[in-house]
Design a protein around this ligand. Structure first.
Ligand code: HEM
Length: 867
């Protein structure tokens, strides 16, 4: 077969030589032959790669880099798109090489191949359809439900935010050859006058953190971390090309340290402590697939001529990780055996009668890890689970969230069917899916993002919903997927905790180290199911990213390790990926965000608030301009109240702002949900979703905020259930009681720098939101403008041994804070619903003079309903 291909290539090459006429158009037959040859080369490489992968899995010989590659495999439409791009790239290269030989000089392909010829190549390779806007007129219910791929969300620019489109760029790409080759491809190539350091060397010198050195967050639970990954898997997936060997010289990427497309191996430094015997010179790395018609041929589609990477997911918070991001996948995941709108579940196993994800039917079972991990050759294996996103088995915390939300969908359709007995399966499915989208948007914006970007960025970018804007492109930016939203790799604990009913270490199924929890669905099937893992997420703090202890070695030295095969390093992967995608360096992004751009040691030390870190970085990079943006971002000290520095807070807030404003079907947009439905959604809680879908009976009311058990955990029956009555057709519309004739009152304040006076109301000076000016920062009072029931909340940190906060109404105590002593400080918080009359005033007072009260103290209140 291979000999035949070589012969075919030689014949085609010779005929190309004869027929190319560089001055005018290439003949159609010349182009057709080039495309046939390119297709043969690509198909053979795909076939080879598939065969080798299947063989390795069968022989149980998959290496960590195989796992990563299989994890990033394009499937379905994405695979077609990637294959078309590979055909096009190879066809253009073939013609270019042939033309260059004739001209005896090196020329850019686009200088010699006419635009018309490129268009023909694009048609023949299947690249053109990737750029054609879909027609939206034939799609039913376009204003009611999302399409699986989110095509037509924007009716003017119908591909905006849809799956299998290129990531957008907020800054121009920077490639070594201006078109496609990563910086660092040629190791002797200077960037800003300096060589780039090896990414593994940077990882070793800056990020290394032994498991025993990991510090835990005092405020946020490990659920914050894994929920971050969960939201990411709704938004971004950058596929690799499936090819494992170089097109140009047939070298297998994992057998060589040469840079040859698509191989861009990570070089191991001489003195790497993991490879003292110099067993390995490099770790395999595969470049992300190029989007169709980017790079050499980009200009024919009106795109830039640089290489772009593709996002196979939709840009919207639409729970694609449950439902899939294209029609075929969505259909595959549904249970179409009955007309109940349900998602398919596992037929072989349940978890104490509760549903599990269905199994994959793929021949390659990456999840047959049990025998190796337990050292028991007879251990029963299970296949991987399948879900809307391909990465659901990546570690058991993530698998648990997939299972939880799958169950919630099926719970919703069950209840909706009782509310509307006339709805068919399609309607039930779409309505439940729509509610799930609403949940995800509320939970992400109301409960999660503030903990990451802090209140200032919430105030500036993500405060009150401004309405849909069809001119906002929601597409995910390359820097968000490749750098900023990878911040939470530094919040991952080295263990996946499993706790029993009393939230103590599980006596039968103890917490595995992370590298023993990758691709282990059997731990859910055979080791106690979901509940111990969910308790572990809510009952344990997240890892704290500190400049001394950045990434746990479970991810940095043992990524996807099941055997002694060469494990990967996630920090090195992140930086190499940034270079693969042509991301500009640290300072350019700081400039985009309106932040200072440090030029020397002194300035960098000031930005990082850490001279030692600045020295280490400059020792490696020589100039702050060259610092890989992911590293620069995660090295910055946190913004107040957040878990990222100012650069990533800016990039993350900006992305979510666009995701919200550019989504025609955003839950708050007019006409998407009724007022009554919105009220239900506004009151949704992750705590209740956990209660409804597991055997857990007691959870922290806000499962993102860490509390040791016994302090503020709530019995499930006390957490309000999600109210589905507004979905009843022909039932009452709108909330009970009179319709509101006023804008609903709300405020959210941060204490800021005002020093509290003894016994006096605290003056919260920084407004996150104070739309109706109901809170007066000068007096410290909220004054009730409309009678009704209101909710108030506060959360403060006090740096002293003693102290507490009181919530007062009209000089009477309403709530005394729930105060706990952490190591070195107190937290005081409280929450209440209260009926107020017009003119009533509500405020906070600090006991013990408020000494030690931290400016990160929050007070908020809002109207719930009138009687
Ligand atoms: C347990 C933990 C986790 C593991 C093992 C893990 C592993 C990985 C791996 C192997 C990649 C691909 C690296 C590459 O080759 O470029 C990746 C990408 C990524 N990770 Fe994680 N990750 C974890 C947690 C998280 C969390 C908590 C977040 C965010 C909040 C996150 C956000 C991302 C993002 C945005 C990408 C890029 C995805 C894409 O566009 O393909 N990850 N992660």
């Amino acid at each position: 077969m291979n000999r035949f291909l070589c012969l075919l290539a030689a014949v085609l090459y010779l005929s190309l030589q004869c027929q190319v006429n560089a001055e005018s158009h290439l003949s159609r037959s010349t182009i057709e032959r080039a495309v046939i040859e390119a297709k043969a080369t690509v198909d053979s490489a795909y076939e080879y790669s598939r065969r080798v992968s299947v063989e390795r899995v069968r022989r149980n010989a998959v290496s960590p880099s195989d796992i990563l590659r299989l994890l990033k495999q394009p499937v379905g439409q994405t695979r077609n798109a990637v294959r078309a791009a590979d055909y096009m790239h190879n066809a253009v290269n073939l013609i270019q090489t042939s033309l260059q030989r004739r001209q005896k000089r090196s020329i850019n392909a686009t200088d010699l191949i006419s635009e018309e010829d490129l268009k023909l190549i694009a048609d023949l390779t299947g690249c053109s359809p990737r750029h054609r806007p879909p027609t939206c007129t034939t799609i039913d219910n376009l204003d009611k439900f999302r399409t699986a791929s989110s095509a037509c969300n924007n009716k003017k620019n119908t591909r905006w935010g849809s799956s299998n489109t290129p990531f957008t760029r907020w800054l121009p790409a920077e490639y070594q050859d201006q078109i496609s080759l990563p910086k660092g491809w040629d190791s002797a190539h200077n960037i800003n006058g300096h060589l780039l350091p090896l990414v593994r060397e940077v990882s070793n010198r800056i990020l290394q953190t032994a498991n025993s050195d990991v510090e835990s967050d005092t405020i946020y639970t490990h659920l914050v971390t894994i929920f971050g990954q969960w939201t990411d898997h709704d938004l971004t997936f950058t596929p690799h090309s499936p090819v494992i060997r170089s097109y140009s010289n047939g070298i297998d990427c994992d057998k060589s340290c040469d840079n040859t497309e698509p191989c861009f191996p990570i070089e191991v430094p001489q003195d790497d402590p993991r490879f003292v015997n110099k067993t390995h010179k490099c770790m395999p790395f595969f470049r992300s697939a190029a989007a169709c018609g980017s790079g050499n041929s980009g200009h024919i589609f009106g795109a830039s001529t640089v290489r772009q990477q593709m996002n196979s997911l939709t840009a919207f918070l639409d729970v694609g990780q449950v439902y899939g991001a294209e029609d075929n996948k969505a259909g595959f995941l549904r249970d179409l055996t009955s007309d109940q709108g349900r998602m398919r579940v596992n037929k072989q196993y349940t978890d104490n009668s509760r549903e599990l994800l269905p199994f994959s039917t793929m021949v390659t079972n990456m999840c047959a890890t049990r025998a190796r991990i337990t050292d028991d050759p007879y251990a029963e294996e299970v296949p991987c689970f399948v879900a809307g996103d391909e990465r659901s088995n990546e570690q058991i915390g993530l698998t648990a969230l997939h299972t939880l939300f799958l169950r919630e969908h099926n719970r919703l359709v069950y209840h909706l069917a009782h509310v509307n007995t006339h709805w068919d399966g399609e309607r039930l499915y779409q309505e439940a899916r729509k509610i799930m989208g609403g949940y995800s948007q509320v939970l992400t914006f109301r409960d999660y993002l503030g903990h990451i970007v802090g209140p200032d960025f919430i105030a500036s970018h993500l405060s009150t919903y401004p309405g849909y804007d069809e001119d906002v492109d929601p597409s995910i930016s390359n820097v968000f997927a490749t750098a900023a939203y990878r911040f939470a790799h530094l919040m991952v604990q080295p263990k996946m905790f499993r706790l029993n009913e009393t939230y103590e270490e599980h006596p039968v199924y103890p917490s595995p180290l992370l590298h023993k929890a990758f691709f282990t669905p059997w731990r859910i099937v055979f080791e106690g199911g979901l509940d111990p893992i969910i308790r572990g997420l809510v009952g344990h703090p997240a890892k704290l990213n500190t400049q001394d202890h950045m990434m746990s070695d479970e991810l940095r030295d043992r990524l996807f390790k099941f055997t002694s095969e060469l494990a990967l390093d996630l920090a090195a992967l992140n930086m190499q990926r940034g270079r693969d995608h042509g991301l500009p360096g640290y300072n350019k992004w700081r400039r985009l965000c309106g932040l200072t751009q440090p030029r020397n040691l002194e300035e960098l030390a000031e930005v990082l608030n850490n001279t030692k870190m600045a020295e280490k970085l400059l020792d490696l990079y020589k100039t702050p301009d060259n610092i890989d943006v992911w590293l620069g971002g995660v090295a910055e000290p946190f913004v107040p109240g957040g878990r990222v520095g100012p650069l990533f807070a800016c990039l993350i807030a900006r992305q979510f702002q666009q995701i919200r404003q550019g989504d025609r079907l955003w839950w708050e947009n007019n006409g998407v949900f009724t007022e009554a439905q919105k009220k239900s959604l506004r009151e949704t809680s992750l705590a209740r979703i956990i209660c409804d879908n597991t055997g857990i009976t007691e959870v922290p009311k806000n499962p993102f905020l860490y509390r040791p058990r016994g302090y503020g955990y709530t019995q499930c029956e006390k957490i309000p259930a999600f109210d589905l009555s507004p979905w009843k057709e022909h039932g009452p519309y709108g909330p009970p009681g009179p319709h509101f004739t006023f804008e609903q009152v709300a405020f959210s304040m941060r204490l800021g720098n005002d020093i509290p006076e003894a016994g006096m109301p605290l003056h919260f000076s920084e407004a996150i939101y104070n739309g109706q000016n109901s809170y007066n920062p000068k007096t410290g009072m909220f004054t009730c403008p409309h009678p009704g029931v209101y909710e108030f909340q506060f959360h403060c940190t006090i740096f002293q041994k003693d102290g507490s906060i009181d919530l007062m109404r009209n000089e009477h105590l309403l709530v005394h804070s729930f105060t706990t002593w952490q190591t070195g400080y107190l937290t005081a918080s409280g929450n209440t619903y209260i009926k107020l009359n017009k003119g009533d005033y509500v405020y906070l007072v600090a006991n013990h003079d408020g000494n030690g009260l931290n400016h990160d103290c929050y007070f908020s209140g809002h109207f719930l309903f009138s009687e």
